[in-house]
Design a protein around this ligand. Structure first.
Ligand code: CA
Ligand code: CA
Length: 222
């Protein structure tokens, strides 16, 4: 079995793209200084390696509606990502999305409702995670607009107390690696249940009657 040496940010991308093949390697993750030996046949990540996902509650949102995003930051390393100087996560919403509320399971969250962005600062234990939830409203944008963005992660890939490494959130619902999370703006009628007029109700009754007649005709043929 061969050893495979990767820098932390490349490993994050490789783990997402090729989890199976990489699990069969002896992985040695090198930061800024010498690392302990890897676990034979497994994956050993010593210094912090923080990856993130950002998932929308719905792939479509009506004009004037709102969408909830769930952001999960995971530290795949063994060492704690300490609360270093500066933000560990920043999310700037695209034009057309207005920040309404935000919360985090740990750390310090600083939302900007005028700038429609949020900043998170805090530590993540080795193997641990933090979940950030935000709700955003859709402003005056044309139907069909694709609202797309990614959060930025800042972490201490060499474990020396400063965040020199970065990564971007991935949309976990798509096969692509480290891709932006997209939400499409649709008319109200696509999301809401349609209401039927008198003619619509009559047509619906005719459809039901036609279906019943077909079932009855089949039973008669047996
Ligand atoms: Ca910090
Ligand atoms: Ca560092």
């Amino acid at each position: 079995m061969s050893d495979l040496t990767l820098r932390p940010h490349l490993l994050a991308m490789a783990l997402l793209a090729f989890p199976g093949p990489l699990a069969a390697q002896n992985l040695v993750v090198k930061g800024g200084f010498e690392q302990p030996s890897p676990v034979p046949g497994g994956i050993s990540i010593v210094t912090p390696l923080v990856t993130g996902t950002k998932q929308a509650g719905s792939s479509v949102v009506p004009v004037g509606g709102s969408v909830t995003y769930t952001i999960i930051l995971r530290n795949l390393g063994q060492q704690t990502q300490t609360d270093n100087p500066g933000d560990e996560f920043v999310d700037v919403l695209p034009g057309g999305l207005l920040l309404q509320s935000a919360s985090a399971t740990s750390g310090t969250l600083t939302p900007s409702f005028t700038g429609d962005s949020l900043h998170w600062s805090g530590s993540i234990p080795g193997g641990g995670m933090v979940t950030i939830t935000l709700q955003a409203g859709v402003g005056a944008v044309p139907v069909g607009t694709s609202l797309s963005n990614q959060g930025s992660i800042f972490f201490d890939g060499d474990g020396n107390g400063t965040n020199e490494s970065t990564s971007s959130t991935d949309d976990p619902t798509t096969p692509a690696v480290s891709d932006a999370t997209r939400v499409r703006v649709v008319p109200d009628s696509i999301v809401e249940m349609p209401t039927l007029s008198g003619w619509g109700l009559a047509a619906f009754a005719l459809l039901l009657a036609a279906g019943a007649w077909r079932v009855f005709a089949r039973m008669q043929c047996r």
